[in-house]
Design a protein around this ligand. Structure first.
Ligand code: FES
Length: 315
């Protein structure tokens, strides 16, 4: 896949365990090669690692946090409000942020559940998340008034570079199902940079009303229709001129959106939700690996070009 971009490269969590084990995602020298092949600007992971006597600078630790509210908003779907430290609240406002969450009574990290950030109240340092009750891990969480939160993790969106580049542009967001939860951070970020944002909801999927009302407060243009029977409506919007499409849904949904976008203009920037199974979030366990052009890519940390991912990993 060529030079790979690790979302943590150059952050306070870099170099990580992967530098020590010879598996660094972005640094060829720290992954067993003789030559530097990275194109990171202003960061040298290799130098930082050597300067720090080959030690890991900082690891994410579980922080004990209080659950303030737990409300069933749909059958088996719960909205949790959790008090978190101020520094973490500021780290979790970025598009694609997620956390690992486990019940305080569980010692083992196998009980960690990866959960997308839905909303952050920066004034009161409150995190809002949505949890679907699926098995022992989530059932534990839903009965708990204190939880361990590990974070921030940031690779919840592929194509995040397009978010970072966009200023005063036009963005179309297409969404279906519980991936709606990624929208508030995404829209806040886009509006902060003066972008014009429209959101189309596929109303054949589940919707989280709390997300919709927050988007209404932000005065975003929202439309609701069945995408399957109204593809032309999406195409017409794209033909008016759109600089980026963010598709927030299942892999199948995102692939379908890519095909619609490409039938109008395959140069429109595309970003998509990362729906891969995540376990450790640190590039260590391998649960999130996908095969792209015969290369194994750890999707919990590696940014993948959305069109390459949708065409190669989902063949
Ligand atoms: S989730 Fe463990 S390596 Fe990616």
């Amino acid at each position: 896949m060529g030079n790979k971009v690790c979302v943590d490269a150059g952050s306070e969590y870099c170099p990580c365990h992967l530098a020590k084990s010879g598996d660094c995602i972005s640094c060829s020298l720290l992954s067993g090669k003789d030559l530097c092949e990275c194109d990171l600007k202003g960061i040298c992971i290799y130098q930082n690692f050597k300067k720090n006597n080959e030690k890991i600078i900082k690891s994410r630790e579980g922080i004990l946090c209080k659950v303030l509210k737990n409300q069933e908003i749909k059958t088996n779907i719960y909205l949790l409000s959790i008090s978190i430290p101020k520094w973490l609240a500021y780290e979790l406002i970025h598009p694609g942020s997620y956390i690992l969450l486990k019940d305080r009574k569980r010692e083992d990290d196998m009980f960690n559940s990866p959960i997308s950030v839905m909303n952050i109240d920066l004034k009161n340092h409150v995190l809002e998340i949505v949890i679907e009750s699926l098995g022992p891990k989530t059932k534990d969480l839903l009965n708990s008034d204190t939880v361990y939160i590990k974070g921030p993790y940031t690779n919840g969106i592929f194509g995040i570079k397009y978010f970072k580049q966009l200023k005063s542009k036009k963005v179309l967001i297409l969404t279906k199902g519980l991936s709606n939860v990624t929208l508030i951070n995404a829209v806040n970020n886009l509006l902060k940079n003066n972008n014009e944002v429209k959101v189309f909801f596929d109303n054949s999927g589940k919707k989280i009303e709390e997300v919709e009302s927050k988007l209404k407060e932000l005065e975003v243009d929202l439309k609701y229709f069945d995408f399957k029977n109204n593809e032309n409506r999406i195409k017409e919007e794209l033909k008016k001129g759109v600089d980026m499409v963010f598709s927030a849904g299942s892999n199948r949904f995102n692939k379908n959106i890519m095909n619609i976008v490409d039938s109008v203009d395959d140069t429109i920037n595309l970003s998509i939700t990362n729906n891969n199974l995540i376990c450790c979030g640190e590039g260590v366990c391998g649960a999130c690996i996908v095969n792209i052009k015969d290369e194994k890519i750890k999707t919990c940390k590696t940014q993948i070009e959305p069109r390459v991912y949708l065409k190669e990993a989902l063949k």
